[in-house]
Design a protein around this ligand. Structure first.
Ligand SMILES: [Zn+2]
Length: 150
């Protein structure tokens, strides 16, 4: 059971949820993003993200029109990662498509890049075996720092 904090961008408030690893993330529609997918290999007993980020995932999944395998989204700073780190620490970034064929992964990258859903899609040249997209949000950075050091 994970404790999940969601920053609700519409009310400007934090919400707290408790979810099993096989359950969908809060605000996820149609079970397309499980808690265990969101956390990937993270061992953290508390996870966080934003409502806007979850809605962006729903939109991206709908636009792509097929399953999107998730490597991970959330990471704590001490759990490592790749170039665009802080957005994963803030729980608003995804590394996906690791198990897709390279053709299908390129389709996913194009879909993400053209969707208008994300703040940033990492250039395909920097992500040869995955697709990184994130929904940057200034407040989550502040939130992340506060949570990380409490
Ligand atoms: Zn990433």
């Amino acid at each position: 059971m994970a404790k999940i904090l969601i920053f609700n961008n519409d009310t400007d408030r934090m919400e707290t949820y408790y979810r099993g690893e096989a359950e969908p993330m809060p605000y996820n529609t149609n079970g397309t993003l499980r808690v265990r997918e969101f956390r990937g290999s993270s061992k953290s007993n508390i996870l966080w993200t934003t409502k806007r980020c979850m809605q962006s995932w729903n939109s991206q999944r709908y636009i792509f029109g097929g399953p999107i395998p998730v490597g991970f989204a959330f990471k704590r700073p001490y759990e490592g990662g790749h170039g665009i780190l802080s957005q994963h620490y803030a729980g608003v970034a995804f590394d996906v498509g690791q198990t897709l064929s390279s053709t299908r992964r390129t389709q996913l990258w194009n879909s993400a890049n053209n969707s208008g859903v994300w703040s940033y899609v990492e250039p395909i040249s920097l992500t040869p075996t995955w697709v990184h997209f994130d929904k940057r949000f200034r407040k989550t950075c502040l939130l992340n720092w506060r949570l990380s050091y409490n």
